[in-house]
Design a binder for this molecule. Structure first.
Ligand code: DC
Length: 244
């Protein structure tokens, strides 16, 4: 048997291997409070945030601007690879702006219509493939809070902590309405419920990376909980996992 041992000085000096950068994956349906939770976690831990929903929303807007139809799968996949997205973060506030081609489009991508368009483009497998590495590139030290539908199942299957939030459809519609009202947008609860249900159905029933809890995720029903309580529960899980 031959054994080859490399001389010690030839061992390369490496920075932190990217796969070992800790990721907290937070998945769940529309209006369950992922955004609020992820912003608070990122602020407290001082970690980076990936708002993957915002990426699909930006792509929907990019498609509208470029005149690429939502049924043009080839055109959308090409756009997904190339469109210029950027995010601005503030240490105390988390994600403060989403930019398309250098322009702040934060308000445009937060409408219900933009959510529907995002869900439509997100159902196309080649679009998701094109965005996979772009999402993984957000994984950088000291850690990443990843918000979405398939963070724990597809994008970061090796995430150290996986959380799946749930809440009743009624409660989620109520929260969504409050969120919109806080922004000065009035919304009818019944219409909002119908919109949320349609989006969840599409996101859960699509073939590519459907909304689903990873088998190793901690599932948390937030229906009767305040944002502070949810934060405390999740932070305890992260702490027990050796982070924070
Ligand atoms: O989280 P959000 O509402 O901003 O997401 C908008 C849409 O984007 C959502 O309805 C489905 C899609 N999406 C997705 O398919 N996968 C993700 N990881 C995040 C969002």
């Amino acid at each position: 048997m031959t054994s080859i041992s490399a001389p010690i000085q030839s061992v390369p000096v490496r920075s932190t291997p990217i796969r070992s950068v800790p990721v907290v994956a937070v998945d769940g349906p529309v209006g369950v409070g992922k955004g609020t939770l992820c912003a608070a976690l990122a602020r407290t831990l001082g970690w980076n945030v990936l708002d993957s929903g915002a990426i699909y929303r930006l792509l929907g807007l990019a498609a509208l601007r470029a005149g690429v139809a939502f049924d043009d799968h080839v055109g959308l996949a090409a756009l997904a690879q190339a469109f210029a997205m950027d995010f601005a973060f503030e240490p105390r506030q988390g994600l403060v702006a989403a930019l398309l081609d250098g322009q702040d489009v934060s308000a445009q991508i937060r409408t219900e219509q933009a959510g529907r368009n995002a869900s439509l483009v997100a159902s196309i497998p080649t679009v998701r493939d094109a965005l996979l590495q772009r999402q993984r590139d957000f994984r950088s030290p000291p850690g990443l809070i990843a918000d979405g539908r398939d963070m724990g199942t597809v994008v970061f299957p090796d995430a150290q902590i996986k959380i799946f939030l749930t809440a009743t459809a009624q409660e989620r519609a109520r929260r969504r309405r409050k969120q919109l009202r806080d922004k000065g947008i009035d919304a009818n609860l019944a219409a909002l419920s119908a919109e949320i249900n349609a989006r969840d159905k599409r996101d859960s029933e699509r073939a590519a990376a459907p909304l689903r809890a990873a088998p190793d995720a901690s599932e948390i029903d937030t229906s009767d909980a305040s944002a502070d309580e949810v934060f405390a529960w999740v932070f305890a899980i992260i702490h027990a996992g050796g982070f924070g």
